[in-house]
Ligand binder design. Structure first.
Ligand SMILES: C[S@@+](CC[C@H](N)C(=O)[O-])C[C@H]1O[C@@H](n2cnc3c(N)ncnc32)[C@H](O)[C@@H]1O
Length: 201
């Protein structure tokens, strides 16, 4: 999907396209989080990850270009009883603040190469020293599988793309392999992903 209107359509129905529970990789990072940290959830869709981070006590900004997703994320945060700043903006055009976040969550956001590099640059800039960047995205081995992800192969993440994008960060982990997704109707079944955690020096 290549524009916000297409995502609006995808999010138009009832329910949550990628579920209401947070992404499992993000949830596994809970021991590294503590209340008061500042988080940015990129391409946060209907807000499952942002709202979970806010529920962990993080001051969370949830960013997505789909107004429909943003509206659903606001309602979702309210029903979860958490405060979350929901921003409707294009990730490639947003003015990333400098050193403002302790965690950036980049979960299943697949962008064309130029946009990907621009967003990575902004995301890295927005991290405070010691801040973490958590990423989960589909790898090329996902091509042809029906468990989720973009149909356009150039949007998939390879290990070397990830290493290049975040070369300025310390790699805490970089994992590639099969996982079993159970994230709403759009992410179901065995899938090939990259999971990575980086820290800004
Ligand atoms: C596969 S969904 C994942 C949503 C969420 N991260 C999750 O895991 O539930 C990808 C999201 O990225 C958003 N997105 C894609 N390109 C974007 C852009 N250029 N600016 C802002 N959001 C974008 C889409 O609107 C969509 O909500």
């Amino acid at each position: 999907m290549s524009d916000s209107r297409a995502w609006d359509q995808r999010y138009a129905g009832e329910g949550f396209a990628f579920g209401a529970e947070p992404n499992l990789y993000l949830r596994s990072l809970a021991p590294r989080l503590r209340p008061g940290l500042r988080a940015l959830a990129l391409g946060d869709g209907e807000g499952r990850n942002g709202a979970w981070l806010a529920g962990q006590g993080l001051a969370t900004t949830s960013l997505d270009w789909s107004p429909v997703a943003s509206a659903k994320a606001r309602v979702f945060a309210a029903t979860q009883g958490v405060a979350m700043d929901v921003v409707t903006a294009d990730l490639t055009a947003w003015e990333y603040p400098t050193a403002q976040f302790d965690l950036v969550a980049w979960i299943f956001v697949h962008l064309p190469a130029g946009d990907r590099a621009r967003v990575a640059e902004g995301a890295v800039r927005s991290l405070a020293p010691g801040g973490l960047l958590a990423l989960e995205c589909f790898s090329p081995a996902q091509e042809g599988r029906r468990s989720g992800g973009p149909k356009e192969p150039s949007l998939l993440f390879t290990r070397s793309i990830v290493e290049t994008l975040f070369a300025g960060l310390e790699t805490l982990e970089l994992l590639e392999g099969a996982v079993l997704l159970d994230e709403g109707p759009k992410h179901q079944g065995q899938a090939e992903v990259i999971r990575a955690l980086f820290r800004k020096p």
